[in-house]
Every structure is written in C-alpha cells, then in structure tokens.
Design a protein around this ligand. Sequence first.
Ligand code: PLP
Length: 386
Amino acid sequence: MTFNTQLRIPGPTPLPERVVRSMSRPMIDHRGSEFAAILGEITAGAKRVFKTKHDLLLLTSSGTGGLESAVANLVSPGDEVVAALCGNFGERFAALAAAYGAEVVRLEFEWGQPVDADDLRILLERHPKAKVVLLTHNETSTGLTNPLRELARVARDADRIVVVDGVSSISSIEIETDAWGIDVAVSGSQKGWMSPPGLALVSVSERAWAQQANARSPRFYFDWKEAKTWAEKGMTPFTPAIQVAFAMQEGLHMLEEEGLTNVYERHARMARATQAGLQALGFHLFAQDGYRSNTVTSALPPPGLEVAALRQLLDTKYGVVIAGGQGKMTGKMVRVGHLGAIADGDVVQVIWAIEQALEELDIAPADGRGVAAVTASVQGVPATAR
Ligand SMILES: Cc1ncc(COP(=O)(O)O)c(C=O)c1O
C-alpha cells in the first residue's frame, strides 16, 4: 500500500498544501478587477525572480508554448538562428526554430557536457547574420546546467538577441536576466514555481521588442504585442489558466517568504545530497562535474540494473516516481527531480526507496549506505570523512 505519491520527476513538481488550497475556490471573471490584481501581482513577483525590469508576459501554455512564442516573435522564415545544444531540450528548441522556417546553425555538444563559450564565440564570428541565439540554461534531459552567464555574455558581445530556455531553472537556480544580457527568458509554472502546468512566463527586453517589430513569422495566439497590450489593461488576450494563476500567486508568496538566496541554497543542498546518495548506491553521475544541475540529477545505473524495472518497483511498491532517460538515453539512465517544494527528508525518502528496490532486484543489499550518504551530505560532512 502506498499513500501520497512522491513525485521526484523534474516537473510537474509536488504542490505544497498552501498551493493546493489556493486553487480550491470558485472561478472568477478573467476580465474583472480581482484577476487584474492577481495578474499584476504575479507579473511583479516573477520579475523579481527573473531579475528583470523589462516586460514579463504570462501566456497560457506549457513551457514549450513560451519557447514557441520566442521563435514566432523573433524569427522570420529563412533567418539564420544559432542553437547551442547539449541534450534533448536543446534539440527540441532547434527543431522548433526549424519548424518556423529558420536556417538553424547547430552548436552541438555531447550529452552530459556543457556548451562551451569559446566555441560559441567562434561560431558567431562565422555566422554574422544569425541575429538570434537559442540557449538552454538547465538541460533537464541530462541533468546539466550550462554556464549561462558566460554564454549570454558572448552572444550579447556579438550583438545577438539572447533567448534562454529557463523552463526548469528559473526560480530554483540563480539567473540575472537583465545583468547577464538576456533578451528573452522563458519558464513554466510546473517547475520551481510549485504550481500546476498551464502558464508560461516570458521576459522580453527592449532589444527583443525591436527585433519583434521586424520579424515576419505568422503569429496569433502567441503574439507578444497582444499579450502586452492586454496586460496593460490587467487582462490576457484570451482566457487564461486562472486556477494556475491562483497557484502561482501562492507559490510566489512562498518563494518570497523563504527568500531567493535560501531557495537557491536549498536546491543546491538537495542536489548534493541526491548525488551523494545515488553514488553510494553504485550509480554513475552522468553530467560533467562542475555543471551538475541543482534541479535534476541524472545517473547511469549500476551493472545489471534495468531502469524500467527499478522505476516500476519504486512506483508500485514505494509510491516514489522518478524519471528515466529521454531521446537516445531512454531506458539507459535515471533522473531524479529535486526542484520546487522539496526538502531534505524527501531526498532521504527517494534514496531509501531506491536502496530497498536494489535489494529486491538482486543488485545490492540494502545496508543503509545510501541514506547515510544523504545524511552526511546534508550535514555538510565531506565525502572523504564518510
Ligand atoms: C529545459 C526544458 N525546456 C522545455 C521544457 C518543455 O516544457 P513543457 O513540457 O512545459 O512544454 C522542459 C520540460 O521539462 C524543460 O525541462
């Protein structure tokens, strides 16, 4: 028997009780003053998290809709667009640009490796006409965080429009949208914002607006100009995901009560603890050291372990849901999400469950070493002292 499912995937993330309660209320008029106040509050709060003074638009869609809006508003068919990628979500961003008729110039790195800023500089020198650069902050498919500050600086120094997929990072991992020269950053409500899926957040700089005015892709639902015009009246152009807006309002209260610095530190601590626990259980961390994500940990299983069997046992017997690999890594890796409403005890629980499952699957005895490693990590004991 399992009770509450422990969602340890990299989004959607667990909903805190406060957030669940915030949604349990009657529907309101999306063209009335109550919604206008909520929209204003969410927009202002999200700007503080993005660290932007520019426009921030709320679109009703998942994160991909926010990314699509960036392409639809910035790219014209036939434009050269640089896509720097090192995993499945970078691939998807490139495919999205190609679907809008862009000539995509790929700067590609091995999965598990970060995008290199020097290589980006050289590529941009070779492609002076590529006005838009697509970057992925946190590559969720490989559990890797790219050196965004450096990459954005290189692209900005080359006078390009910097577009960042921050779907699984913003609100959990530090970003300074304006200070780092990012023109467009995109996130999604179901990640660190502790809300259900349904709202995309998109920041738009003045330079991005100038590019938008000249871009010629067809756009309607995701037309930024429409979103801005209506936002100024306290509305969205179309019916928004109102329930998700209730949730985001409460999620933002919680982020502000904790304080962003503490939120980032907590995510870093959860990541270190998850890494320590998985390593103690014989998993091999996939992403390059120094670039491992604070929101999702990817790891290759110990010899003999079938990822599908592990995930199924965790789900059915322990009520713990973890993710597998994506794309070419399907069936070959595990990904443990630790973003949003996650605390130390949640990491103990997932590592404990994996340890039990490994014994049941005849891979290794459950002698408590995974949980011990998590505890030592959380207490700040150096790995050598364990
Ligand atoms: C880095 C990244 N980009 C894009 C997406 C796609 O977002 P959505 O599934 O909300 O459309 C995700 C979702 O996990 C993601 O992690």
